[in-house]
Design a binder for this molecule. Structure first.
Ligand code: NI
Length: 288
């Protein structure tokens, strides 16, 4: 069912457009304007010229932030922009619809690595249940062996279980056979408890063994927001950092091995739910 698919952190920066792409955009805009005029029967000189000018205006407005040319051209082009149905100047600010909450909820996925932990994983599970939130747990084989009943509980409560290798070693530093063994041994252990082979793999340190690609039919899942909860171990700081960084469709990385991670995760969840976010497991995030 699953092909090779890697969920990598999204690029945050501005999208770069090359010269030819800009040319193509410009040409397409012109063709659209001309086609519209032909269809709507506006063939007269003045109207064509104004629509053409406004098309140039829109192009310049999106490609360059030259306030001078914008203000000059908008004096001429303002009316006909509306006539030909092109976006108006203010439209970029008023995206409106999703933030009104009328449409689909914004999604976010919370993930917990390195467990199961004998104390904090059950605490996390109880708190998630209270909030009706489904999360994804990337488990370590050697911890799975120690706490199989917690693995069973994670599954029974509707969370997704992924593989985080057996011993948390850096896969790229191992031979291919050793790296494979880290993954397959953990898959077998999880299967032995849940009856399901994990389909999702989060390599320790986000470090993939490149030759695993042809060996494993698993989906590699990294993250978008690193809470650094294991290192910070301070409730307020973890919450602040995460809420500053998080955006729609992000995958949040946490660890269910610390008290502060449990309390911080709950405040993060409560806050994001109030902001209209819905928590989903990573499979829903990736394939929906
Ligand atoms: Ni880890």
């Amino acid at each position: 069912m699953l092909g090779k698919y890697r969920w990598k952190p999204k690029e945050r920066g501005k999208k770069k457009t090359c010269f030819w792409e800009k040319c193509l955009n410009f040409d397409l805009a012109c063709i659209c304007v001309v086609a519209f005029l032909l269809v709507s029967g506006m063939g007269k000189g003045e109207a064509v010229w104004q629509a053409f000018v406004s098309a140039i205006h829109v192009q310049e407005g999106t490609q360059r932030d030259t306030s001078h040319s914008q203000s000059t051209l908008s004096l001429q082009g303002g009316e006909s922009q509306e006539a030909v149905g092109l976006p108006k100047n203010g439209d970029s600010q008023g995206t409106g619809q999703t933030s009104e909450g009328n449409t689909e909820k914004k999604k976010v996925a919370i993930t917990f690595d390195d467990g199961p932990h004998p104390q904090y994983t059950p605490e996390m599970l109880a708190a998630l249940k209270e909030r009706n939130v489904k999360a994804t747990f990337f488990l370590l084989g050697e911890e799975v062996e120690k706490y199989p009943e917690i693995v069973k509980q994670i599954q029974e409560e509707g969370h997704l279980i992924g593989n985080h290798s057996y011993k948390h070693e850096q896969l790229s530093k191992l031979t291919m056979d050793q790296a494979c063994a880290q993954v397959t041994r953990t898959n077998e252990l999880i299967y032995g408890i849940t009856g399901i082979y994990p389909s999702y793999l989060r390599p320790p340190f986000g470090d993939w063994h490149k030759e695993l690609d042809c060996k494993m039919n698993m989906v590699e899942v990294l993250w978008d927001v690193d809470t650094l909860d294991w290192s910070i171990q301070n409730h307020a700081k973890i919450v602040e950092k995460t809420l500053n960084d998080v955006q729609e469709n992000d995958i949040i990385l946490m660890h269910d091995g610390y008290e502060t991670s449990v309390t911080a995760a709950m405040e993060i969840i409560d806050t994001l739910q109030k902001q209209g976010y819905e928590f989903v497991t990573v499979d829903e995030m990736i394939f929906d």
